[in-house]
Design a protein around this ligand. Structure first.
Ligand SMILES: NC(=O)c1ccc[n+]([C@@H]2O[C@H](COP(=O)([O-])OP(=O)(O)OC[C@H]3O[C@@H](n4cnc5c(N)ncnc54)[C@H](OP(=O)(O)O)[C@@H]3O)[C@@H](O)[C@H]2O)c1
Length: 255
């Protein structure tokens, strides 16, 4: 999307601002007002932002926000993943996916990932206990059963995943939201696996968890490419290919 997440310095504050000071390093999420692909962005003190830990670079911080907080919302808030559960991440080599693998592991789950063979080693290094190469393997016939299937890239459907979910398992899609929202309402009324999907706009709790993990140096941040703002069209073309690895970052100062 057009500038949802950012990292930078506070250039000025209004007279009613109490928590933040000029010069502080902050990172966060603009919400659907977007506008972070710019040198300056005006946000409320109550927006989803927090101070950056001192051990983190701007490019790294900017590359964490949407991917990590989305993974947090789905795995922690919607699925309530617990120690010992089994989680499958479809699209494990993308932005949300690389954080989802690490977060599920951090929450104590056994984690499997789906990606292509060229990214399998990376996904294993991030903590996956098993990796399916979607170009040659089918996870639905592997004999594995999951407490949560987090489909980050729209590479599956609830119909296809239902038989490999545990009876109280959940299917967590980030895409095809109209269909999946209807399925979420329908499956909430009957016994068996459920679909859970909801947008998260208030990111305060997720950002607080992210900040702690960054301070503890517990997250690997995967940056595929960095582009100056003047090359943003090129950056979007790369993202739109659907084959980036981890994150793409836009920098301002290189312009
Ligand atoms: N609902 C929400 O709250 C929410 C929030 C944020 C984002 N989103 C949406 O989530 C989606 C994913 O975002 P993202 O940035 O994490 O994705 P991404 O980084 O673009 O994902 C690309 C990765 O997925 C892999 N991939 C492509 N097709 C695959 C398949 N069929 N099975 C498994 N892996 C596959 C690619 O690997 P190969 O190159 O090896 O194929 C690539 O590494 C976007 O559509 C975004 O709009 C939703």
């Amino acid at each position: 999307m057009l500038g949802l997440e950012f990292a930078g310095d506070i250039a000025a504050v209004g007279p009613a601002v109490r928590q933040l000071r000029v010069g502080e390093r902050v990172f966060g999420f603009t919400g659907f007002g977007v506008g972070a692909n710019a040198e300056y962005k005006c946000l409320s003190e109550r927006a989803s932002l927090t101070t950056m830990p001192g051990n983190v670079a701007y490019t790294d911080a900017a590359a964490t926000v949407d991917g990590f907080t989305t993974a947090w919302h789905f795995l922690h808030d919607l699925a309530n993943v617990q120690n010992g559960q089994k989680v499958l991440v479809i699209g494990a080599s993308g932005s949300i996916g690389t954080y989802a693998i690490q977060l599920a592991k951090y929450l104590g789950a056994v984690v499997h990932g789906v990606c292509s063979g060229r990214n399998a080693k990376l996904v294993e290094e991030l903590g996956a206990d098993r990796v399916f190469d979607y170009t040659v393997e089918e996870f639905t016939t592997s004999g594995e059963r999951y407490d949560a299937i987090f489909d980050v890239v729209g590479g599956s459907s609830f119909t296809r995943c239902r038989s490999v979910l545990t009876p109280r398992g959940c299917y967590l899609p980030t895409t095809n939201l109209a269909v999946n929202t209807l399925l979420a309402a329908a499956t909430a009324l009957i016994r068996g696996p459920r679909v859970r999907t909801r947008m998260s706009v208030d990111k305060h709790a997720a950002l607080a968890a992210l900040r702690e993990l960054l301070i503890e140096d517990r997250l690997q941040i995967i940056i595929d490419r960095t582009y100056p703002l003047s090359k943003i069209a090129e950056a979007h073309r790369h993202v739109d290919s659907g084959h980036k690895v981890g994150n793409v970052v836009i920098t301002i100062e290189d312009d």
